[in-house]
Design a protein. Structure first.
Ligand code: ADP
Ligand code: MG
Length: 335
């Protein structure tokens, strides 16, 4: 259903110079800075899967979702959603998907919720019988019938997000992208959203990708998880695999070298570890077995492959590591 192959996304940003003189210079020339938001990501997702996409702030989650949803064009690579390339064939594409960004509403601010829904049903050319069927499910499971005649601006955050979520399903999309759907919501609203995702998934075999900060949400909903860090997918597997990946016996380190490591040395490096992922030409994420390897010895071995600049040791309590992973703090620096 979702096919992503060697996808890259770079943003070009104007370089800002400091001071009054810098401001003046900026008026005349715009030096560009390249931001590598997503680097060489590939994955496939089958129909009916619910996949969690998690990573720290700035990791590239929203960029990925926007590319999948056809809002952004990748710098390179291939994306197919139900055999359609999102940014090329918009007309065929937009009926296949639903997308929601937690902090942004796609409903019309001053219209009553039901008027927004009616408009969406028209735009997506939904069969009136199907529309009524879906409204019935939405009312039954989300309990929003009493809100239908209120303008969106009068809804609380939780009510608004639930109405936004329901809106996605009016045209019964095959694939749904949810970017932080439950951020900042209380437990009961979160629960409602999770229950509804599960229900739509079971009823219509809808495929979901969701980004979230909430590990328990992933455990409840997702069969598979992708972890993304600095634009690179560093792990993909089941939730159980993820727990294994972060288990007590495994040590996780992020190693930065002063310079790019030559290829023959990279090969050598990867032999020292159970798993190695390159984050940047001079930066790697390694996993080693704590029971059979000593970090001190590994450090000396690595220093032969290239001059070390920095090593971060990550903790391996899963809750903690996910939190660290998000907050990028509590990381012990040893070099
Ligand atoms: P996430 O959703 O995981 O927090 P994003 O995909 O929003 O991450 O951002 C990934 C990287 O791309 C960040 O470094 C961010 O600052 C940068 N970025 C995102 N959008 C833009 C943009 N429109 N222009 C320039 N840089 C951007
Ligand atoms: Mg984001």
């Amino acid at each position: 259903m979702i096919h992503v192959k060697n996808v890259f996304k770079e943003y070009l940003q104007n370089k800002k110079r400091s001071g009054v003189l810098g401001l003046f210079k900026d008026l005349f020339s715009t030096e560009k800075r390249v931001i590598k938001a997503v680097t060489n990501i590939s994955f496939d997702i089958s129909q009916g899967e619910i996949v969690g996409y998690i990573g720290p702030n700035g990791a590239g989650k929203s960029t990925t979702i926007k590319m999948l949803a056809g809002i952004l064009t990748p710098t390179a690579g291939e994306i197919l959603i139900d055999n359609v390339t999102p940014f090329k064939d918009r007309k065929r594409f937009f009926k296949k998907i639903g997308v929601m960004f937690g902090q942004k509403s796609q409903l019309w601010w001053d219209l009553a919720v039901i008027e927004s829904y009616n408009l969406l049903a028209m735009i997506y050319d939904v069969d009136p019988k199907d529309y009524q069927e879906r409204l019935k499910i939405i009312y039954e499971y989300l309990g929003i019938e009493p809100l239908m005649h209120l303008p969106v601006r009068k809804l609380s955050l939780g009510q608004r997000v639930i109405c936004d979520l329901a809106a996605i399903f009016i045209h019964n999309p095959k694939v749904v992208f949810l970017d932080e759907p439950t951020i900042g919501l209380d437990v009961s609203v979160k629960h409602k959203i999770q229950m509804f995702i599960k229900l739509m998934n079971e009823k219509y075999s809808t495929t979901f990708i969701l980004t979230t900060h909430d590990l328990s949400e992933i455990e409840k909903l997702c069969e598979r998880v992708f972890l993304i860090d600095e634009g690179v997918i560093i792990f993909s597997g089941t939730v159980d695999d993820m727990k294994d990946y972060f288990c007590q016996e495994k040590g996780h380190i992020i190693v930065e070298f002063k310079n790019e490591v030559p290829q023959d040395q990279v090969n050598k490096l990867s032999n020292f570890f159970e798993q190695s992922v390159q984050i940047k030409p001079n930066k790697y994420r390694f996993i080693y077995n704590k029971e059979t390897e000593e970090l001190g010895k590994l450090i000396s071995k690595m220093n032969v492959c290239g001059d070390l600049k920095d090593i971060q040791v990550l903790s391996n309590n899963i809750e903690e590591i996910i939190r660290e992973f998000y907050e990028k703090k509590g990381v012990e620096k040893i070099v």
